[in-house]
Design a protein around this ligand. Structure first.
Ligand code: MV4
Length: 484
């Protein structure tokens, strides 16, 4: 966001919590203001403080980012009341689409295919039994206020429905303050594919292609790509036009994403709409050549979209890996701490949106995402090979990361054949991803390098013309010797 503002000659004001005093966004911005202590409830979720800072700094607009208040209709309204532009949709559109049942009604009104099931909250177990019998088992109970899998229960048989209804409803009540649940037919082994939208205030709305987001774990996306290997021109047009109809019917403005489940027969079903820019938007930027944040800013200034749908062209393929400070070999436990060394990849087709630097302490207070590594190529195969090459160049010292897991996925036969669905990664992990990994030189060489260093003392400085071994083992050894 700051980069787009810079390019457009707009001054930026960052806000930060105590844990983020030295965060990269604070260093990049023209000005920075403290919000409060590390807990989000006392800092990044304090819309009142954010607006007070906006007033003090004389800011014209607020970009809400991806998490925190980005889909909060009350905050969008508070911005309007304070005379500050909220860079996102109107609160009214956020409210319609924020309720999954109301969004399903909007989908019907817009002629958008959706998963069969109820479009209002279930009054009780009796209604659930009746609807489930109508649509047929297996079914899924979902929280109307939900998202991210909370308050969701798959039900295979009628005799399990009553207990699941009570469990889903009470979980929804606890998590979202609303126990409203509805029923859907369960789609087996679906892909998660989403359409990027950008709408202006003048009735213009574009679809900017799809993203394939099926590689995820516990409702956290791990790898995203654009385009999807299973979406051809015709399917893309049908999904895109349906998404645009939904957005226009809800009075939508600015960036948004319509999520779909796609089954093995290439039927697509509306799932929900995210009323914000998403983490994975760079893959869309790579294949469309557009800067989505720049477009968001122009739209928020009241401008018309500068291109027509026929002018949106997709070219090549992009893959994004979400690099996390977590240990895939230890149940993905977060691994916060000091980054002692950071060597970042580059070269042809590589974009890295990184939020950290050497010397930064990854705080334990938030989701430990470090960076989004994006590879672009003329084909999916080139993009994947580039990503593998970039991951090899990447070296992060001091903390554990999930970089090794990406190597495993990107070399997996099924992934390379694009045989993926939302259960793909959990199956790979259950099979024991360490077992399938090719011999990892760095593990063995770590010991060898340590022994070598002890036995021989410090290595002599390399003279001019001295040959450096070019085997993977030697490379791993040199790296290990450099690790801090
Ligand atoms: C489903 C489904 C199968 N059938 N709905 C999970 C999160 C929530 N936003 C929607 N989710 C699902 N809804 C029906 N009718 C399977 C999932 C699902 C899923 C969806 C998208 C991405 C990852 C997922 C992982 C597991 C289950």
């Amino acid at each position: 966001m700051i980069r787009a503002c810079r390019e457009m000659g707009l001054a930026t004001v960052a806000v930060y919590s105590d844990a983020d005093r030295a965060a990269l966004h604070v260093l990049y911005a023209d000005e920075a203001y403290r919000l409060g202590p590390a807990p989000a409830s006392e800092s990044y979720l304090r819309g009142d403080l954010i607006l007070e800072i906006a007033r003090q700094a004389g800011a014209d607009a607020v970009h809400p980012g991806y998490g925190f208040l980005s889909e909060n209709a009350e905050f969008a309204e508070a911005c309007a009341a304070a005379g500050v532009t909220f860079i996102g949709p109107p609160a009214s559109a956020m409210r319609v689409l924020g309720s999954k049942t109301r969004a399903r009604q909007a989908a019907d009104a817009a002629g958008m295919p959706r998963v069969p099931g109820s479009v209002t909250g279930l009054a009780g177990v009796d209604e659930a039994v009746r609807v489930a019998a109508e649509i047929g088992y297996p079914v899924m109970l979902k929280a109307a206020a939900g998202g991210g899998g909370k308050g969701m229960r798959a039900v295979a048989r009628p005799e399990e429905l009553a207990a699941a209804f009570v469990a889903a409803s009470s979980e929804a009540e606890r998590s979202f303050g609303s126990g409203e649940v509805y029923l859907e037919k369960l789609i087996e082994r679906p892909r998660h594919i989403e359409i990027q939208l950008m709408a202006d205030e003048h009735g213009g709305c574009l679809y900017l292609g799809e993203r394939e987001c099926s590689v995820q774990r516990r409702h956290q996306k791990v790898i995203e790509e654009a385009p999807s290997a299973v979406v051809g021109e015709d399917l893309r047009r049908r999904m895109g036009e349906a998404a645009v109809r939904l957005a226009l019917s809800a009075g939508y403005v600015n960036a948004g994403t319509v999520e779909f489940l796609v089954d093995a027969e290439e039927n697509f079903y509306f799932l929900e709409m995210n009323t914000r820019l998403q983490v994975e938007h760079p893959v869309t930027e790579m294949v469309t050549g557009l800067d989505l944040v720049r477009m968001q800013l122009l739209v928020a200034m009241g401008e018309r979209l500068a291109l027509r749908q026929e002018e949106v062209r997709l070219r090549g393929h992009a893959v994004e890996c979400r690099i996390y400070a977590e240990d895939p070999e230890n149940s993905f436990f977060p691994s916060p701490g000091l980054i002692t060394r950071l060597v970042q990849p580059g070269g042809p087709g590589i974009r890295e949106d990184c939020g950290v630097y050497a010397g930064w302490v990854v705080p334990m207070d938030y989701d430990p995402m470090l960076s989004k590594l994006v590879a672009f190529g003329e084909t999916r195969e080139v993009a994947i090979d580039r990503m593998l090459r970039a991951l090899e160049e990447y070296s992060i010292g001091g903390i554990k990361t999930n970089i090794g897991l990406f190597r495993r996925i990107l070399m997996d036969e099924d992934f390379r054949a694009a045989k993926i669905d939302t259960g793909y990664l959990e199956r790979l992990l259950a099979a024991g991803w360490m077992e399938g990994r090719e011999a990892a030189p760095e593990d063995v060489v770590a010991v060898a390098a340590a022994l070598f260093a002890t036995a021989k003392g410090p290595a002599p400085a390399e003279g001019a013309g001295e040959r450096i071994e070019e085997s993977r083992w030697a490379l791993a050894g040199r790296r290990e010797g450099l690790r801090l």
